[in-house]
Ligand binder design. Sequence first.
Ligand code: ADP
Length: 163
Amino acid sequence: MRELAICPGTFDPVTYGHLNIIERGMPLFDKIIIAVTKEAIGKNSLFSINERIEMIKESVKQYPKVQVEEFSGLLVDYAKSVKSRVILRGLRALSDFEHEFQMASMNKRLNPEIETFFIMTDEEYFFVSSSAVKEIARFGGSLSQFVPYVVEKRLREKFGKED
Ligand code: ADP
């Protein structure tokens, strides 16, 4: 059976931390769908769904196994609709653990056939988060080690500091 994994998230915006998880998932799965949440509960996204998708597409265009889609509603329902049994997530600090454990447990209850797989972040990306990247952009700091060029450019445009 061909194994398809779904990597869900807000990706506001995508960072090298996210991309590291995708790249490391690639040898393990036949296909990975990056599923971008349309509405993020409790989060005001800086970028629109279309902007977030465009930036990811540009960042993964060299990977034929990776597809980018938007989704709304329950993740387990989406996974089922595309016939995936695997949810792929990245894990950073301890602070990620509680939230991820809760979500994985809830999803397991909602659909026991779907497993959540975690890949530990590379230490290099341990502290990289979309929110930190936005904070750096706001104050005009250097972004190139945290995000692909396309994201850096969009962030500069948002915060009015074009190179
Ligand atoms: P969400 O809104 O669901 O938290 P995010 O877009 O913030 O989605 O993150 C999507 C996934 O990528 C999550 O599993 C998150 O833990 C993971 N992730 C984010 N940043 C990193 C990083 N620097 N290293 C490893 N995983 C990361």
